[in-house]
Design a protein. Structure first.
Length: 101
């Protein structure tokens, strides 16, 4: 059975997800608020234990549709790597603190 996370716990998760996006910065914009609109959905995919392909598809949608970046093999690879990093981060959070309920 998972833990019941408080509002503060969830805020902390959102903050860390935001930091992951900022550190990834696929558009190389360098603004702290560039990816804020995508934090909640990425976190929801993690909490819902969506298949890895869904997280990759979401990151692809952000980079290619919302940020209007050109699709390249390198960008596809970077997006897939970022999705794995996010998934691992969330799994580590669950191991340490329990599943979000």
């Amino acid at each position: 059975m998972g833990a019941v996370w408080s509002k503060d716990d969830m805020a902390e998760l959102r903050h860390h997800m935001r930091m992951l996006w900022i550190s990834y910065d696929p558009a190389e914009i360098g603004r702290d608020d560039t990816y804020d609109a995508y934090v909640e959905e990425a976190l929801k995919l993690c909490i819902d234990k969506a298949p890895q392909g869904e997280l990759v598809a979401f990151i692809d949608w952000v980079t290619y549709k919302k940020l209007n970046m050109d699709r390249t093999a390198d960008r596809d690879e970077a997006n897939a790597f970022f999705a794995k990093k996010v998934s691992k981060w969330y799994r580590d959070c669950e191991l340490l603190f329990g599943s979000v309920e």
